[in-house]
Design a protein around this ligand. Structure first.
Ligand SMILES: [Zn+2]
Length: 238
């Protein structure tokens, strides 16, 4: 159930039978010259919708909250179109959203995250709220937590890379400019924090080779990830 589409009495009714809310979280951020700025929200929102569909077939339901669009993106802020929110503001804002769903009575709050820079502030927000309410907050970084499954489909993964490009080819093919898709994997042994490090680590906003991406791979990833999350959700119910 998409929260934004129902009335408050419908929501009040739904709460009686639904204890889980999925909150997609992403960023507005440069993803090379080939992927849209909204990539990090498109992916988790699509995964959430597939989770809902699978659960419905099992006679279960979840609430999908409207996504948190703006995230924390220090590194990629060197490229036009990255709209970076400070970690403190992002953490505080996300904690407020979690708190509200906790007050509404949900017991399991799932942060379905699509963006790496959000990871640390989301943990802090989750710890804050989990300390105040009798709730369980799940943080799912889909491309990290399901890396093993993704690498069964793709030869590599990375920012605007083969996996992410494949996923957007499956969801919004009209927005992908494959003719501009180039890049290579760059790893740092240690983490260096410097305001222009993004130019080195993510040349043109890419850190992986996206040229092997395909719609079919994207479909396979979306299925594996959504199926994996459904198993976790249902396992916890039983
Ligand atoms: Zn991304």
């Amino acid at each position: 159930m998409l929260l934004e589409n129902v009335t408050w009495p419908e929501f009040e009714e739904a709460k009686k039978r639904i204890d889980t809310v999925i909150i997609p979280v992403g960023s507005v951020e440069a993803h090379g010259r080939h992927l849209p700025l909204g990539t990090d929200v498109f992916a988790p929102l699509e995964i959430a919708k597939r989770i809902e569909e699978k659960l419905r077939k099992m006679g279960k339901d979840v609430i999908i909250a409207p996504p948190v669009w703006y995230g924390h993106s220090f590194v990629l802020d060197v490229y036009p179109g990255t709209i970076n929110v400070s970690a403190d503001a992002f953490k505080a804002y996300t904690a407020e959203i979690l708190r509200e769903f906790a007050r509404e009575g949900f017991r399991r709050l799932v942060l379905l995250n699509g963006h790496g820079g959000n990871h640390s502030p989301l943990i802090l927000a989750a710890e804050e709220v989990a300390g105040e309410f009798d709730v369980e907050v799940w943080l799912i970084d889909w491309w990290i937590d399901f890396r093993k499954e993704i690498l069964e489909v793709c030869s590599s993964q990375g920012h605007a890379g083969e996996d992410e490009t494949s996923v957007i080819l499956a969801i919004r093919p009209e927005l992908v400019k494959m003719e501009n898709a180039v890049g290579e994997k760059r790893e740092e042994k240690i983490r260096v924090i410097r305001k222009d490090i993004g130019f080195e680590l993510f040349p043109e906003g890419v850190n992986d080779d996206p040229r092997g991406a395909s719609r079919e791979k994207g479909e396979a990833i979306l299925e594996k990830v959504s199926e994996g999350i459904v198993k976790l959700l249902v396992g916890k119910d039983e």
